[in-house]
Design a protein around this ligand. Structure first.
Ligand code: MG
Length: 382
């Protein structure tokens, strides 16, 4: 059976890797549609290569240019954020690969879930903001959420091999990012360029900065809580700079199963697309004798306090995770243009979280309101 895939966020790092994976998988995997924010030139190239019936750009002006460029081809161009929601819910689509950055992924995620799709989720903010709504919604509509985030894919893969009920804890590994060995004084003076130099993963700007602050791991704690239905006390984090062990699960008897591979996003993307099968992948075999050593250490909570925020928000729940996510997105955007220091990202998020009156059991409106409030409050802290 042909799997028709909507790739949303196709011009980003995960999206581009996904298109390579789909190409490698051959004829039974088809690109049904492509969506992105505003990079019309790259989307044009992708549309010419995959010839999907529909593509969409959230930015109307970029969509207008793209429509003119693709005039006379079989591909129709849709414009605006609602167009991304539409692509996520089209009847002929069976898998939505959602790789849009930030909170903008929430609405397309809801559309995909409400139409019972398989949601291959590369974005973490949607679950961080609204896991309390998305998980029951997926149950209600028979939608499946498959993690693409490498750590969560690792845990998901380990859990395929064994019974879930015996989990003692899961251990998310963290590379530590490019700044893990910097002193507190050095961290004060880090430039956006330095923070963007991730030693292992080539990723978009927002997630690269999140990796440098360890806020990415904070978001992943919340993501894991929802994906694996675990209390926060059963989630821990371990620094592992080699990025070979992508996460671990400890069972009741003390046995730990780990998932290992070369660090290549094509693997978790492919697993989400071919699940429950495994297929050959165009990734080199893992050569442990070449790597020689794998190292692990406890995270430094003092120098990287963002982790604490993740655990706090995960424990508290309600609207607090959405506030953490939105405040971080705002602070990161300002750090990238030089408005604030690297270490201010944490301070801004901390302040906004402290100020927030948490709504327990929020409806979608409460989450969207908390998100908007947090962005405003974060901007006031600058
Ligand atoms: Mg990850």
């Amino acid at each position: 059976m042909v799997k028709n895939i909507a790739v949303l966020g196709s011009t980003g790092s995960v999206g581009r890797n996904a298109l390579e994976v789909i190409t490698e998988l051959g004829a039974t995997y088809r690109v049904a549609s492509l969506g992105a924010k505003n990079r019309w030139k790259m989307l044009y190239e992708q549309a010419r290569r995959f010839i999907p019936p529909q593509v969409a750009l959230a930015d109307p002006e970029a969509a207008r240019i793209l429509a003119a460029e693709l005039d006379g081809t079989p591909t129709r161009v849709l414009a605006g954020v609602e167009a991304l929601r539409k692509l996520a819910s089209e009847e002929d689509v069976s898998v939505v690969l959602l790789a849009i950055a930030g909170g903008a992924a929430l609405e397309p995620a809801i559309s995909a879930i409400k139409t019972g799709k398989t949601l291959a989720l590369a974005n973490k903010e949607a679950l961080v903001m609204a896991g309390s709504l998305l998980i029951p919604l997926a149950k209600e509509h028979g939608a499946t959420i498959l993690p693409v985030d490498s750590e969560h894919s690792a845990i998901f893969q380990v859990l395929q091999e064994t019974s879930r009920s015996q989990i003692k804890r899961i251990i998310l590994t963290a590379s530590g990012g490019p700044l893990y060995n910097k002193s507190p004084e050095e961290l004060e003076r880090i430039t956006p360029w330095q923070a963007l130099q991730h030693p292992t993963w080539r990723m978009g700007q927002k997630i690269s900065i999140d990796s440098a602050t360890l806020m990415n791991k904070a978001l992943e704690i919340i993501e894991a809580k929802w994906l694996f239905n675990l209390p926060v006390k059963q989630i821990s984090v371990l620094i592992h700079p080699e990025c070979i062990v992508h996460s671990l699960v400890e069972f009741e008897d003390g046995v730990v199963l780990a998932q290992m591979s070369e660090p290549d996003m094509k693997l978790p993307i492919q697993y989400a697309l071919t699940y429950p099968e495994r297929r050959q992948a165009k990734v080199p075999s893992l050569d442990l004798s070449e790597i020689g050593q794998l190292t692990f250490e406890e995270p430094d909570w003092e120098r990287f306090p963002a982790l604490q925020l993740g655990f706090e928000a995960a424990k508290c729940g309600g609207t607090l995770p959405a506030v953490l996510s939105a405040a971080d997105e705002t602070a990161v955007a300002h750090f990238l243009v030089g408005d604030i220091k690297f270490t201010d990202i944490y301070t801004v998020v901390r302040k906004v979280m402290d100020k927030h009156s948490v709504v327990e059991n929020p409806a979608l409106e409460d989450i969207i309101a908390a998100d908007a409030w947090a962005r405003q409050e974060a901007a006031k802290c600058l």
